[in-house]
Design a protein around this ligand. Structure first.
Ligand SMILES: [Zn+2]
Ligand SMILES: [Zn+2]
Length: 218
């Protein structure tokens, strides 16, 4: 019988912003689970706002990270999307109710019972969730993306939050047709990916960004 796996991560234990090593457990591999070694995890500003308590007070310790990519080590007996050696990615959530209106429309991120990838408790195993600033992930294959092997893993990681955030409205509003022009105000983590998408979709892409002048002193 499979047993829980010991995982090493980096955790915040208070709102100071300091991180320190932590050892915790991921659940034993279930029939629909994928286990993968984490190779890269993006650093998103949301991670910072959670661990510093800017938006709400989390339950510490918190292992952040929600742009998680890696290589599949083991799959459960009922897994159909993955095999050992495949590249896998996990974003901001790892479970949902599976039966409400938005889950049926394959939009589990809007489910009222969504389970976040960290600082949640997953009813599937009763364990607290810990994110991608760690070395190994165990997740239901429904919440794991197959990444093409020709996509470099380090470049793929930011697509899982920053990329999805800008891709979603671009897709929803059908951008990239009829010679659309595209502008980004503020060339940051999201904006630079949006520009790349716009260019790939054949749009005329422009950005406008403020320049900050840092005094150098004398
Ligand atoms: Zn639901
Ligand atoms: Zn994010």
């Amino acid at each position: 019988m499979a047993s829980e796996t010991e995982v090493i991560g980096w955790a915040a234990r208070d709102t100071s912003g300091h991180m320190a090593p932590i050892i915790f457990s991921r659940r034993a591999l279930g029939p629909r689970d994928v286990k993968f070694f984490i190779k890269f995890c993006g650093v998103c500003h949301s991670d910072w706002t959670v661990i510093t308590g800017e938006v709400y007070t989390p339950t510490f310790p918190v292992v952040p990270g929600h742009e998680i990519v890696g290589v599949v080590e083991e799959v459960g007996s009922e897994v159909t999307k993955f095999k050992v050696g495949d590249h896998a990615g996990v974003s901001t959530y790892v479970n949902s109710c599976g039966s409400c209106r938005v889950c049926e429309r394959k939009l589990p991120q809007h489910c009222k019972d969504v389970v976040w990838v960290y600082d949640s408790v997953n009813p599937a195993d009763g364990l607290r969730t810990y994110g991608g600033y760690s070395n190994l992930m165990v997740v239901d294959e429904s919440f794991c993306l197959v990444l093409p092997k020709n996509l470099p893993l380090d470049g793929a990681a930011p697509l899982l939050c920053a990329g999805a955030t800008v891709w979603s409205p671009m897709k929803r509003y059908g951008m990239g047709k009829n010679g659309d022009r595209f502008g980004v105000v503020g060339l940051g983590g999201l904006g630079h990916i949006a520009l790349k998408f716009a260019k790939a979709l054949g749009m005329h892409a422009t950005t406008e960004s403020l320049e900050f002048v840092v005094p150098t002193g004398t």
